[in-house]
Ligand binder design. Structure first.
Ligand code: ADP
Ligand code: MG
Ligand code: ZN
Length: 607
């Protein structure tokens, strides 16, 4: 039964019930009861019928026309007498109505119940259908004729593009590779931190090659029922085979590809079956068929080794965080098509955003656009970018947070301590800005710009710890007591000290030994190997070394701040006056505090 039939039935029923009320069929003239009595009195009335239910009195005049009026259920004795006198033919009726209008009120509940049951049945069938099709993959099938993303949409990463170009060539003309007998890797694993454009790359490969793109997320395979994931994998590969040339893209593959038999509580049946099926399917198709499996993860270390062996994901392509030129290119891609003011300098912006991923940069451009709108400007200006960066890096400013004078002074000295040390320490990252405007969770921020670096020296870490101690030490030197505001600084420096000792061999006493960090059992590492594998004696030495490093740096910070006490006062005062000052001013004030001639330090960037 088609759906509209039900609605048609309902409409007909409604018309039959409501219709007669809306369009009365009688053409009788309405008269008042008094007029009716007059008519009777004048002897003009031939006959009347009194409706018992509606009290309508309808009648016919001697001239043939009809009339209608409303009276009481029964005529009063006097009126009845009058009718009799005037020889009017009168009668009481109880209308039975027409057949349909009588039937419908009876049938309606019946229809409703029937409809309800039909609906229930349909739903139940739908659910059963869902269970039946649960194994079918949720893969999105992108039209091969309309590839939208190309390499032009991916800024920078020339190296990655170069590596991946081979796959595009293969997908474009697999025959050529077949003729020569070249084997293209079946599986390509894109490895990199979140937001670096791995998904974007996979799409771009499909777009460049103009082939179908089947994309699933690892967690899509996980269902309530064991075996569903495996059947989805089977389905996915079947679908790809049907399409001829295609890319199968498994995003976040670590959610199914974790080491088997590892982690807490032994294996996870569903995950292992899914993974096994994936391995079997990857072995199952010939490399020349024109199907390439791509996968992305940011945790290659927890993947099952079987996934990574030749014939499966044997090609790993690292997609690292973008370097400065790449950041510039990404900023350009994302600001294309946006109205940019003349004073926007993307070059500077790229330099000032180390450690940001492509997604962060895309977000930054969007935040800048939002700031421009809020300002009521027609263009995105430099100030918007700066606001956006401050917001992204430091968190939203909390103008609503009001500090009392004492807290403000303490914060100024705390941040001043960090800032002075950042300026005077030889290996510290250059100081960019200091502010005592509350941002995010912090009451103030000292912001250094890390240089693009991939390895760091022991001296660098010592300076980082010393600088982190600066806040607390400054408060101690100036006020003679401590505040709770330094918790974060302490946590950060303790972490660095611990890694210096345990992982980087930067303690002479412990020496060249690595004690792996906390293993993440939940992420698929083996429980057995993650226990402590050194003696109590070693544990004591490690603890001592960590504590020694921290104490040494605190002492160093104190000595430096006592030496620069005047500079610290000047910086704190400048912070109380201006709330935000830049690195160049801090270094001028430090010089001034030493009573030396003013000269700009090389350790302050011109941003
Ligand atoms: P991943 O999959 O590595 O976590 P995505 O591919 O989802 O990251 O990237 C997220 C977003 O970041 C993209 O949609 C894009 O807007 C932006 N992005 C990342 N890298 C680049 C890049 N190289 N060029 C242009 N945009 C990029
Ligand atoms: Mg992704
Ligand atoms: Zn601090």
């Amino acid at each position: 039964m088609p759906k509209w039939a039900i609605w048609a039935l309902v409409a007909v029923a409604a018309a039959l019930i409501i219709g007669p009320r809306l369009w009365p069929t009688t053409t009788a003239t309405k008269v008042t009861y008094t007029e009716f009595l007059e008519l009777v009195d004048n002897g003009e009335v031939q006959s009347v019928t009194i409706n018992n239910l509606s009290n309508v009195i309808s009648g016919e005049l001697r001239d043939g026309s009809s009339f209608e009026t409303t009276g009481a259920t029964a005529l009063s004795d006097a009126d009845e007498q009058l009718l009799k006198e005037k020889g009017v033919d009168y009668d009481y009726v109880t209308p039975t109505g027409n057949f349909f209008t009588d039937l419908i009120p009876l049938l309606l509940p019946f229809f409703l119940i029937m409809g309800f049951f039909l609906w229930m049945q349909r739903r139940a069938m739908g659910q059963a259908g869902n269970i039946m099709s649960i194994g079918r993959s949720k893969a999105k099938n992108y039209d091969a004729d309309k590839p939208s993303t190309t390499f032009a949409d991916v800024a920078g990463y020339a190296g990655v593009k170069q590596e991946i170009k081979e796959v595009v060539d293969f997908l474009k003309m697999p025959e050529r590779f077949k003729e020569i007998g070249a084997r293209v890797p079946k599986g390509i694993l894109l490895v990199g931190p979140p937001g670096t454009g791995k998904t974007l790359f996979a799409r771009a490969v499909a777009g460049e090659a103009g082939v179908g793109f089947l994309s699933v997320t690892g967690s899509d395979f996980m269902e309530m029922f064991v075996g569903v994931g495996a059947s989805r994998v089977r389905d996915l590969f079947q679908q790809a085979a049907k399409m001829g040339r295609a890319i199968i893209f498994v995003d976040e593959i670590d959610s199914i590809g974790r080491k088997r038999g590892a982690g807490l509580g032994g294996g996870h049946d569903e995950r292992e079956q899914t993974l096994n099926q994936m391995l079997a399917e990857m072995d199952g198709f010939e490399a020349t068929e024109g199907i390439v499996v791509m996968a992305a993860t940011n945790r290659p270390d927890i993947l099952d080794p079987a996934l990574l062996r030749p014939g499966r994901f044997d090609r790993q392509i690292i997609v690292p965080l973008p370097e400065v030129e790449e950041r510039l290119a990404i900023l350009k891609v994302h600001s294309a098509g946006k109205r940019m003011g003349n004073d926007v300098d993307l070059d500077t912006m790229a330099k000032a955003t180390p450690g940001m991923s492509g997604a962060d940069l895309a977000n930054l451009v969007n935040e800048a656009a939002l700031f421009a709108v809020r300002r009521g400007s027609t263009h995105i200006e430099r100030i918007d970018f700066e606001n956006a960066r401050d917001r992204v890096v430091l968190g939203a400013s909390r103008e609503s947070l009001i500090l009392n004078a004492e807290e403000k002074r303490a914060t100024a000295y705390h941040e001043g301590g960090h800032a002075v040390l950042a300026t005077v320490l030889p290996h510290s990252d250059p100081l960019h800005k200091v502010t005592i405007l509350p941002r995010g969770m912090a009451l103030g921020v000292t912001w250094t710009l890390p240089e693009e670096r991939h390895t760091y020296s022991r001296e660098y870490f010592e300076d980082v710890i010393c600088k982190a101690m600066g806040g607390r030490v400054a408060e101690m030197v100036v006020f003679g007591h401590l505040n709770s505001g330094a918790a974060n600084d302490l946590e950060q420096s303790t972490n660095i000290a611990r890694r210096m000792v345990r992982e980087w061999g930067m303690s002479d006493k412990v020496g060249p030994m690595a004690f792996a960090g906390q293993q993440q059992v939940f992420l698929g590492e083996d429980l057995m190997t993650s226990g402590r594998e050194y003696s109590d004696e070693t544990a004591r030495v490690i603890d001592e070394e960590i504590s020694r490093i921290l104490h040494e740096q605190e002492k160093r910070a104190r000595a430096l701040l006592e030496k620069h006490r005047k500079g610290l006062d000047l910086v704190a005062q400048a912070l109380l006056d201006q709330e935000t000052i830049d690195g160049a001013l801090v270094s001028r004030l430090v010089q001034q505090g030493l009573g030396e001639p003013e000269k700009v330090s090389e350790n302050s960037p011109k941003l």
